[in-house]
Design a protein around this ligand. Structure first.
Ligand code: SAH
Ligand code: TYD
Ligand code: ZN
Length: 405
């Protein structure tokens, strides 16, 4: 039996996905052994936090051979360049501001801070991507962000103006330690800013593939507001971000700061209460969609395959691990998955063991159908694959709806 990781409250099951492999764990051979855990999505009706039950140990997910490399998307590179510009404006009138990023990966955000000579630090436990950041002239500590590492940074380098985390705060099971660390590290008028996929959008789109081991928390404005209050912060602003299928950026400040929450925070809180996100009944439709979407996609793939067409996957995303393993879509339906991340190529997908191949192979093959597993990068990929699409190549998309385009 689990209790809420945030408030110890009673917890209810939203959906059980069964046993799943580690989503970013690509195998060297099709026969390799792998670790499975039980993927269950749970809701605390007291603090509205959606969360996993069993969690994989951080050292099993984030290590010297982490396969997700941020700069593989140009659209994301532009997003983080704009973000750096906005944040530098927030602190430019301050004397020698200090910006710390949690989970900086290959430096996709911090390189824009470092190259302008601002004081900065990336906290990144995965050695291979930490090295890639260092190679770009970024200051790094190879560690997990938590209360202990935050205190060390504070003692060594002093207080922080902006603490930022993109697509990482959701990864850290001990959220209390993150909040205490943020509180110890920040100046009184500092900012704790983070962004993650916004769960109400995940539900609207039926994008159940966003649920996997690394995503331990599924934030809404309601749940972030509650966490902020519990740890001496207030949520003063929120800003939707058009990435990863719909993210939300949360701006937290010390509860002692004179800053007042913007009206938009109240608007979202009302909206989410109306959606019933603090009660199990608010999730029934989403649960129905999970099985409907999984079934209708598999039926479509089967039909296309029966007509003797080749189908491949496009984008070996972590998300696709949940989709392919839950729907049991394997090598009988997808010949391979193409991806542009060098360390993924030549390996096999977790669970279904589908080969991952280069983009060159995809261009050579020109398969009749491609299942767009990286649906969050649709615009970027459609631009890149204009010639494939103009020459009878078809994409199958399943989020926000199932269609052939
Ligand atoms: N911010 C980047 C990377 C997101 S992937 C982007 O949005 O593209 C998450 C990154 O956080 C990985 O590089 C992982 O190694 C790192 N990470 C995971 N747990 C962490 C923790 N406790 N502290 C700091 N970084 C962490
Ligand atoms: P992404 O959707 O960002 O994240 P996650 O793994 O967390 O679900 O992953 C995108 C994947 O798609 C990544 O492995 C790189 C790959 N990709 C391509 O192969 N080609 C492209 O043009 C783009 C944008 C991504
Ligand atoms: Zn709770």
């Amino acid at each position: 039996m689990f209790s809420c990781k945030i408030c110890s409250g009673h917890i209810d099951l939203i959906h059980d996905f069964g046993r799943m492999p580690i989503a970013n764990h690509y195998l060297k051979t099709a026969q390799a052994d792998e670790f499975f855990y039980h993927l269950q999505l749970l809701l605390c009706q007291k603090c509205s936090m959606i969360q996993l039950g069993e969690c994989v140990a951080p050292s099993q997910m984030f290590h010297e051979n982490y396969h997700f490399i941020s700069s593989t998307s140009q659209n994301m590179s532009h997003h983080f360049e704009r973000t750096a510009f906005d944040f530098l404006q927030l602190v430019q009138s301050r004397r020698d501001p200090f910006i710390v990023e949690v989970g900086c990966n290959d430096g996709i955000f911090l390189k824009h801070v470092a190259c302008q000579g601002f004081r900065h630090l990336g906290v990144e436990p995965s050695k291979n991507v930490a090295q890639a950041s260092r190679a770009k002239g970024i200051q790094i500590i190879e560690d997990f962000f938590n209360e202990k590492s935050a205190l060390k940074i504070f003692n060594d380098k002093g207080p922080v103006d902006i603490l930022y985390g993109a697509n990482v705060i959701t990864h850290i099971e001990d959220l209390a330690s993150v909040m205490k660390g943020a509180s110890a590290l920040l100046k009184k008028d500092g900012w704790f800013i983070f962004e993650d996929p916004y769960f109400p959008h995940v539900m609207e789109k039926g994008a159940f593939d966003q649920i996997y081991d690394e995503h331990i928390y599924y934030f809404s404005v309601l749940s972030v507001d509650c966490v902020a209050r519990s740890f001496g912060f207030k949520l003063v602003d929120v800003s939707p971000q058009p990435v990863h299928g719909g993210s939300m950026r949360y701006y937290l400040r010390s509860s002692q700061s004179s800053a007042q929450p913007k009206a938009v925070v109240g608007k979202y809180l009302q909206l989410e209460q109306k959606m019933g996100l603090n009660a199990l009944s608010g999730y029934l439709k989403f649960c129905e969609k999970i099985n409907q979407n999984a079934c209708s996609l598999k039926n479509m793939l089967r039909k296309i395959k029966e007509e003797k067409n080749q189908i491949v996957g496009y984008g070996a995303t972590a998300k696709s691990s949940t989709l392919l393993n839950y729907s049991k879509i394997g090598v009988d339906l997808l010949d391979y998955i193409t991806d542009n991340t060098p360390p993924k190529i030549g390996k096999f997908s977790p669970g279904q063991h589908i080969p991952i191949v280069s983009h060159e192979r995809f261009v050579e093959d020109h398969p009749a159908y491609s299942l767009l597993l990286a649906w969050n990068h649709k615009e970027e990929i459609f631009l890149k694959e204009a010639s494939y699409r103009n020459n009878k190549g078809k994409f199958i998309t399943y989020v926000p709806q199932l269609e052939i385009v």
